[in-house]
Design a protein around this ligand. Sequence first.
Ligand code: FAD
Ligand code: NAD
Length: 475
Amino acid sequence: MSDNFDVIVIGGGPAGYPAAVRAAQNKLSVACIDEWKNADGSPVFGGTCLNAGCIPSKALLESTELLHRAQHEFATHGIQLGSIAFDVAAMQKRKATIVKQSTVGILALFKGAGVTPLQGHGKLLPGRQVEFTAHDGTRRVLQARHVVLASGSQPMELRSAPFDCRRIVDSWGALDFDAVPKRLGVIGAGVIGLELGSVWRRLGAEVVVLEALEQFLAMADGQVAKEAQRHFKKQGLDIRLGAKVTGARVEGEEVVVTYTDAKGEQTVTFDKLVVAIGRRPHTKDLLADGTGVVIDGRGFIEVDEHCHTAAENVWAVGDCVRGPMLAHKGKEEGVAVADLIAGLYAEVNYKVIPSVIYTAPEIAWVGQTEEQVKASGRAYKVGNFPFAASGRARAMEAAAGFCKVVAAVDDDEILGVHIVGPMAGELIAEAVLAMEYSASTEDLQRTIHAHPTLSEALHEAALNADKRAVDCLNR
Ligand code: FAD
Ligand code: NAD
């Protein structure tokens, strides 16, 4: 095998593997190095997303959502089941099968595209050389014309609640519980806290979520956050805001957590504690001295708007660089870099990156929140449409939530779309496309939406921005 490549990608997660595949599609010789090993020691591509993030969490969210619906909704449809039981081991087995299908799929993609997969550690040396250490310890120095760093991120640890991997775990640990904890504590009411808190709550755990901020879901539109909080409360998620964790200690089979809030010092005891307070870039042993790549004060690899680092022909994409830590953002960057390397045009539109939280109701948004538009000083209008007024949502027994469109008064441009409700993560795609084309609310208003679909809610919200909605009162 040659030790010379046009492109070497270090990291085979959702930012790295698409970069490798696209570079190979662009007729470049490519190797992709990844060091991930699963709990059983097997090396796999796919990174956090496929092995310990997006895919396993969505598998469990789907299983537990079905259980919840069977328990709480089927009777309303006239479906009578006897007693409903569940089997955590079977759910976990299904999850593992889905993860395996996905990771094996990457190897198939590499084979099809002609990417050389290398499993082990990659380290960038000066002059775009890469030291590759295979899992069996053998070392080779490879040469590349271009190197793409896609080394991802890892969970942040809380000094007052260090992981012990048994009682105090990170999100990967929380995806792998083999039984339902009776009392589950979660530190951080962010995306992971809400998604994994929902999974175990639906299976019967008493879930307490401790969030340091006073404001719930501060990154989301305020109206959406308020609506979501109401539903989570109804579902039994005990979300405590303004809770500053001061300590967590394992005592026998329990974790005792202390925190302070507006009422003073508090103590709460759990069977398991998940720490989900954000992730930080992972660059350990990635760079030898003298590569010219710069790491910023927060540990991210410094890049320009095209993901080029300070070193010639060295690029960096995904969670290890600035911007939201989302798989689709990393993928877009990886593909763009592979096209730029091949001399093609490419650009990532950072203003139009959708966010989705896969709870029930689902939460999704793109663009600016109403609060951000207000703070910008631009005159704006808002259109809302409740799913309660959607025939399809009612037929689905999923009429909670609403669609919201925020648009400029001067030229009618859509500035942000916010959805809390059924299939929000799918519905947001229309808004993303609209904003990618700088659409106005009039463009959405004049677009025909099939009836009866959930997408009509977005159509009506756009109409409501001009108080011309037909299926709801124009307030
Ligand atoms: P990673 O996926 O972390 O991949 C980096 C890879 O590089 C890893 O395999 C690592 O082993 C390897 N690597 C690192 N350094 C080296 C080295 N020196 N040599 C060799 N290999 C190396 N995002 C979404 O968009 N949607 C979701 O629904 C979603 N759900 C999530 C749920 C959870 C529980 C978590 C934890 C995250 C979730 N995310 C989600 C975030 C998403 O997983 C990340 O944004 C995404 O995986 C980042 O991709 P990446 O390729 O940059 O990094
Ligand atoms: P997050 O940034 O979404 O949420 C972390 C939360 O923890 C915040 O609300 C923060 O205020 C709180 N927090 C921070 N320090 C705290 C402390 N000491 N005590 C109590 N609360 C504290 O991070 P996350 O949930 O860990 O997720 C990590 C990343 O993974 C995110 O960037 C997210 O984008 C990504 N992710 C995405 C999805 C998705 O797209 N559906 C799902 C899971 C994870």
